[in-house]
Design a protein around this ligand. Structure first.
Ligand code: C5P
Ligand code: C5P
Ligand code: ZN
Length: 468
């Protein structure tokens, strides 16, 4: 990666003193330890954050190992921390809500952006939300890792691609960057090439459309024949790349795809997401969107280590990183169509069953943004041998009228003997197997309370009726 040219920007111009003081303490812990552990939330944001911290630690000459957390419940978290209590551990993209489960552990630094309930703990808890930063839109796990890395050494400004990949994986770029993300993009992103273009990825236009999940085009995504037909009808060479489209072609295609999204009933922010600022970086063959998709896709297939190794410079993992990326997209598209056909509904929520635990959130996110009616949030269940994983997804519009899924997931899960949390627009939980209907029932009544009666219906546009 290109060295930073005489880095004039200082982190102190981007974050407040309180946050910087906490990062200083983390920097001291890093400098006091030769061997550290990074424990990252397993998803695309957490894994991007792990890449940032790994590269920053390498630069400091530190040794480390990386682990990933899936189970955000107290017991699971304690187990992970106890595996290696003697090593200073940095938990990223999780941890604030979990620190209370290991109150005695001192060798623990947390970089997080989730809502949390405070409890006595000796860990260093650095959470965006403690500093007036909106952890749902203005900062993600990779944002927190990036500022921690910058505080360690301003040369880490060149880890910008992975800050961006995390923010994209957490969908914090929808509607444009805001808060701390926006400041970092302005300050540290200006040295890179960016192009305003259609929000697509892949080597040619057929691949771009057929594998597109964000945006998702009903009947086109997942269907090579239909993708080809659409391109030919629009007069676009199916073998061209999104960056090679001329202005006329871009306009025509954007119009066709925009009409498609409108016919799917998407919200305003989602429609705008058809266009984005796409970054390219020296020494990396992939765009910002592609880096994010590679990291996220591999992570959701439980292959976090593959893109981490690749982006740390191990070329031997390139092929596998790319094939996992495509595999994940195909699986997600297939599951999303199936889940859409089998949506169940209560008065204030719709729900579905996902065949794999790590896919419930991705399917829910896709359906909520691109396919399902916009009037109710979605809950996805994945039932395994003993536990059921739950993922909730809402829309900005529902959040604006009072929806807070973090609260829904926490309260509903606790009342059936589980635990949960997250963000207002996207949250998750783990509950005992067999408690799904009870959970839906409780969640439904909490949601009914949250979205003020009368207003929810009034503000809705006409929606397609959910099947089933
Ligand atoms: O744990 P973390 O905060 O990184 O995860 C947030 C999750 O919420 C991501 O999987 C992200 O894709 C999802 N999300 C969503 N729809 C939104 C915002 C976030 O599905 N509008
Ligand atoms: O698992 P899923 O992608 O649905 O999680 C959505 C959001 O909720 C993520 O930000 C995740 O970190 C958070 N979450 C949580 N506690 C849980 C499960 C998920 O904070 N038990
Ligand atoms: Zn995150």
């Amino acid at each position: 990666m290109e060295p930073v040219q005489g880095s004039l920007i200082m982190l102190s111009s981007v974050i407040g003193k309180g946050l910087q003081d906490e990062l200083d303490i983390l920097s001291e812990h890093i400098s006091d330890n030769d061997y550290l552990r990074i424990l990252a939330h397993y998803d695309g944001d957490g894994t991007s954050a792990a890449i940032i911290l790994a590269k920053a630690l390498l630069r400091e000459g530190k040794r480390f190992h990386i682990g990933y957390i899936k189970n955000l419940g107290g017991e699971g978290f304690r187990e992970r921390i106890e595996e290696n209590q003697d090593i200073y551990t940095i938990v990223v993209d999780a941890g604030s809500d979990q620190a209370k489960f290991v109150p005695e552990v001192e060798k623990l630094g947390i970089l997080d952006h989730h809502f949390f309930q405070e409890g006595p703990a000796k860990a260093l808890n650095i959470n965006a939300r403690n500093h007036g930063i909106d952890g749902t839109r203005g900062a993600c796990g990779a944002t927190m890792a990036y500022i921690a890395a910058l505080n360690l050494n301003e040369k880490n400004a060149d880890l910008f691609p992975f800050f961006l990949s995390g923010a994209i994986a957490d969908k914090q770029d929808i509607g444009g960057f805001s808060g701390l993300n926006q400041k970092l993009v302005q300050e540290y992103g200006s040295r890179y090439k960016k192009v305003r273009t259609i929000n697509l990825e892949g080597k040619d236009m057929i691949e771009s459309l057929a594998y597109s999940t964000d945006p998702f085009f009903d009947g086109i995504s997942g269907n090579v024949e239909n993708s080809k037909k659409l391109l030919l009808k629009a007069g676009i060479d199916p073998n061209t790349n999104v960056f090679d489209l001329n202005e006329d072609e871009k306009q025509v295609l954007e119009k066709v795809l925009g009409i498609k999204l409108i016919s799917q009933g998407v919200g305003t922010d989602t429609l705008k997401y058809l266009e984005t600022d796409m970054y390219r970086f020296p020494g990396i063959d992939f765009t910002s969107k592609e880096i994010s998709s590679i990291i996220d896709g591999n992570s959701k297939l439980n292959k976090n280590g593959t893109p981490v190794q690749f982006f740390l410079g191990d070329e031997s993992t390139r092929g596998e990183s790319i094939s996992n990326w495509k595999k994940y997209k195909s699986v997600l598209i297939d599951y999303a169509y199936k889940a859409y056909k089998e949506l169940y509904e209560d008065t204030h929520v719709r729900y579905f069953y996902a065949p794999e635990s790590e896919m419930a959130g991705s399917i829910g996110g896709l359906l909520m943004l691109y396919l399902a009616p916009q009037d109710k949030p979605l809950i996805g269940f994945n039932v395994s041998d003993s536990i059921t994983k739950v993922s909730g997804r809402g829309s900005r519009r529902l959040v604006n009228i009072g929806l807070n899924l973090s609260l829904v997931m926490r309260v509903a899960s606790e009342s059936v003997g589980g635990n949960g949390g997250g963000h207002d627009i996207a949250a998750g939980a783990v509950i005992p197997k067999g408690k799904e209907s009870q959970f839906v029932h409780i969640a439904n009544s909490i949601i009914r309370e949250q979205v003020s009666p009368g207003t929810a219906e009034e503000r809705q546009k006409p929606v397609k009726k959910a099947q089933k």
